[in-house]
Design a protein around this ligand. Structure first.
Ligand code: GLN
Length: 272
């Protein structure tokens, strides 16, 4: 018989031996995911017994973590803007800094549009759908078009959309950047994207936990990291009608180069 307390101690010392930086924190993360409970519930039930299946599952998870697999893929979810999103290796794990991008979209829309004005937002490279879904949940007047080159990523985004009951408000298209817009007759007021923007050298130097598991398509921005921004700028320039706002996540050192590429739009709202 193993209690939660024993399982926690075993998990922490296993992770510590595998050189995981914060073994106690990660052990807690895995056990709360295993029991689908909160940290508080965990602390209140240290003497609770785990079933044999739960122990086996925990052992499997610990072995995967020792090979540097991200915790989020192991437990199959990540929190973004206070909500859980299903993730798997087909999608980038949503990052806390991307919550800032969503904040910017919310602020732009509340400053520039009436709250009952219906608007179209396009999320380019939707991945797990974290941006598209959070924007739809926070801004009820939005209709969202979510695009991704990866059909496996779109499957994850669709699962998340069902989880939040947004099937009526988010439509999905498989394609390269804005190209699916050619076949749908929609005038989008807002384009948002967290594209791949890591340059080749930085990509090669990424830690195993990222480079070895997360999709290259979601991270690698080509030789200088700007390839996707350049192509997106060209596609936006060729739209029959320009969007009112383009909101992009960029790398810490791209604060001059990316706005330059979009200067033709007098771009609003690039964040670093
Ligand atoms: N839009 C998704 C996110 O921000 C995926 C981004 C990507 O794959 N580059 O999490």
């Amino acid at each position: 018989m193993t209690t939660l307390r024993e399982a926690f101690q075993e998990a922490s010392s296993f992770l510590e031996k595998c050189q995981i930086d914060d073994p106690a924190f990660e052990a807690e993360w895995l056990i709360t995911a295993l029991l689908d409970c909160t940290r508080t519930q965990l602390f209140l039930s240290w003497e609770h017994q785990l079933s044999t299946e739960q122990i086996q599952q925990l052992h499997g998870w610990l072995h995967r973590r020792c090979k540097q697999e991200p915790l989020q893929y192991i437990v199959g979810k990540q929190s973004f803007y206070g909500r859980d999103f299903i993730v798997n290796p087909a999608v980038l794990i949503p990052r806390p800094e991307t919550e800032g991008l969503v904040e910017r979209v919310i602020q732009l829309i509340s400053d520039n549009f009436a709250s009952d004005e219906s608007l179209y937002l396009v999320d380019v490279g939707t991945g797990s759908g974290a941006i598209a879904i959070t924007c739809a949940l926070e801004l009820p007047q939005l209709q969202v078009i979510a695009i991704d080159r990866s059909s496996a990523a779109l499957e994850v985004a669709k699962q998340n959309t069902r989880k939040y009951g947004l099937e009526e408000r988010i439509s999905f298209y498989n394609g390269d950047l804005l190209s699916p817009l050619e076949s749908i007759n929609v005038q989008a007021q807002i384009i948002v994207s967290n594209p791949p923007y890591i340059d080749q050298t930085a990509y090669q130097g990424l830690e195993k936990q990222v480079k070895g598991f997360e999709p290259r398509l979601a991270l690698d921005g080509g030789e200088d990291g700007l390839t996707i921004y350049r192509r997106l700028a060209t596609q936006i320039a060729h739209l029959p009608q320009p969007p009112r706002h383009v909101v992009l996540e960029i790398g810490y050192d791209q604060g001059k180069t990316v706005p330059e590429l979009f200067r033709f739009l007098a771009i609003n709202g690039c964040i670093q």
